[in-house]
Design a protein around this ligand. Structure first.
Ligand SMILES: Cc1cc2nc3c(=O)[nH]c(=O)nc-3n(C[C@H](O)[C@H](O)[C@H](O)COP(=O)(O)OP(=O)(O)OC[C@H]3O[C@@H](n4cnc5c(N)ncnc54)[C@H](O)[C@@H]3O)c2cc1C
Length: 417
């Protein structure tokens, strides 16, 4: 199908089906079943098998008639790409449609107090008991876990295998006894994360993604997409041309989905504000600050070209290259530099919050939010290790963690054997 055929096909489908008087989920079910909610997914699983830049055309056509698209925001997209790559037929049929309709929220249950960078050192345990896995342990830094229906969980199912081989990847029902979610408050005042505690929580055998012991391979898929920012909210492209309830439902959904990400623009450093702030404060006349601003804009522009290249490859159906790690590293570098430039422009006032502070506290929020960019989704040091070992082919770090996981020296954990 060429682009013109795609445009005509989606346009005629919308003419026959789009109705602003439908309930949001009702409409999205139609959209998911038509395949136009995720045109690049397989047709067997709510897509249209379309490769190439067709989703842009579909988005344009949806926006043209004011129709709302599929629920593409948040961690649910990490769940979708992971299921598409590793899920079995039943799992894809059961979960992907409800991801597109927005009926289910998801969270990622990877990091633990003793294993963040060393994700393969996870010691939350999964023990098979008849037709169920019994889960015990703790996760931390789990974005959106407080309103998730399902969690993408990695847990240790075999303590006698080397650490990368004893992990399994599960779909965990968050609304069950034995799952306790506690919200954490960050230094920027937001509360996007949680600790999640498992006490004999249960996962049906059918909810394993891949096979027991395959969890690390599956997790690599999730992380590769996370580094490409698949879990970020999408900008609402749809205008609300009428007061029909469907638009209110959509706005409500966006508020919930975007809540944990409200500070993410500040986390990225707000390069967009720098020039205007320099002009407003007169700092634009300072030659040192001018140099910094120029350097920042050059870096930001070249990083955006790398990101565009990555998106073009992705749309052309090419495999993930090193752009994920390079882009993530560049983004945290830019965020840090932007925070420094903002501080130099605003001087002491950069520390102030409240209505009389620069930009109503936005500059202070940038300062306390940018450190997160160097940590989330794999720290800068870990990205450098990946680039060194997998892209440049440099020798691997020396390892002291081979052999059965139960014998590997590690941080203590109440759950280990
Ligand atoms: C904004 C944000 C969102 C997040 N969302 C989620 C989520 O939804 N779900 C989830 O499971 N987790 C989430 N996390 C957690 C995140 O993945 C971890 O914080 C991260 O992987 C780092 O782990 P850690 O905090 O345990 O630090 P550690 O691994 O203890 O690292 C401490 C320091 O040691 C360095 N270091 C560690 N190992 C090496 C090495 N081999 N070589 C060189 N240096 C090393 C690190 O770079 C770092 O500077 C989130 C974190 C943030 C900040």
């Amino acid at each position: 199908m060429n682009t013109q055929h795609v445009r005509e096909a989606v346009r005629s489908w919308l003419t026959a089906n789009w109705d602003a008087n439908l309930d949001l989920v009702e409409w999205r079910r139609l959209l998911a079943d038509s395949g136009w909610g995720a045109p690049d997914w397989p047709s067997e699983y709510f897509g249209r098998d379309l490769k190439g830049p067709h989703s842009v055309i579909v988005d344009e056509e949806l926006a043209r008639v004011g129709a709302i698209g599929a629920a593409h925001s948040g961690v649910r997209m990490l769940a979708a790409v992971t299921l598409l790559a590793h899920g079995n037929h039943e799992q894809k049929r059961q979960y992907l449609r409800r991801i597109l309709t927005g009926e289910d929220h998801w969270c990622q249950l990877f990091s633990e107090p003793g294993s963040g960078s060393d994700l393969a050192g996870a010691s939350t345990r999964a023990d098979l008991d008849g037709d169920e896995w019994i889960i015990n342990g703790q996760k931390v830094w789990n974005t959106s876990a407080h309103h998730a229906n399902y969690g993408l969980l990695i847990a240790r199912s075999d303590w006698d295998e080397p650490k990368h081989k004893g992990l399994s990847y599960f779909i965990l029902d968050m609304h069950q006894p034995g799952v306790e979610v506690r919200q954490l408050k960050q230094m920027n005042g937001h509360a996007s994360f949680n600790e999640v505690f498992f006490t004999n929580a249960r996962v049906p055998r059918a909810n394993i993604i891949g096979t027991p012991g395959d969890g690390w391979q599956v997790a690599m898929t999730t992380l590769a997409y996370e580094r490409r920012s698949f879990d970020r909210p999408r900008n609402p492209a749809t205008k609300s041309p009428s007061a029909a309830p469907i638009y209110q439902q959509y706005q409500h959904e966006l508020e919930i989905a975007n809540e944990p990400y409200k500070w993410y623009p500040q986390r990225a450093g707000r390069v967009d504000l720098v020039l205007q702030r320099a002009k407003d404060t007169g700092a634009i006349d300072d030659p040192v600050i001018r140099q910094d601003i120029a350097r920042l804009h050059i870096l930001a522009q070249s990083a955006s070209w790398t990101a565009q290249r990555a998106r073009a490859l992705q749309k052309a159906g090419k495999p993930q290259g090193p752009e994920g790690s390079l882009g993530k590293l560049a983004a945290s570098h830019i965020g840090r530099l932007a925070a420094r430039v903002h501080t130099n422009i605003s001087a002491n006032d950069a520390l102030l919050t409240g209505s009389a502070s620069p930009m109503n506290g936005t500059i202070a929020e940038i300062l306390v939010s940018t450190p997160a960019g160097s940590i989330a989704g794999g720290t800068d040091e870990i990205q450098r290790n990946i680039i060194a070992e997998r892209v440049l082919g440099l020798p691997k770090e020396p390892r002291f963690d081979t052999g059965p996981f139960r014998d590997v020296p590690r941080n203590s954990s109440a759950t280990e054997q």
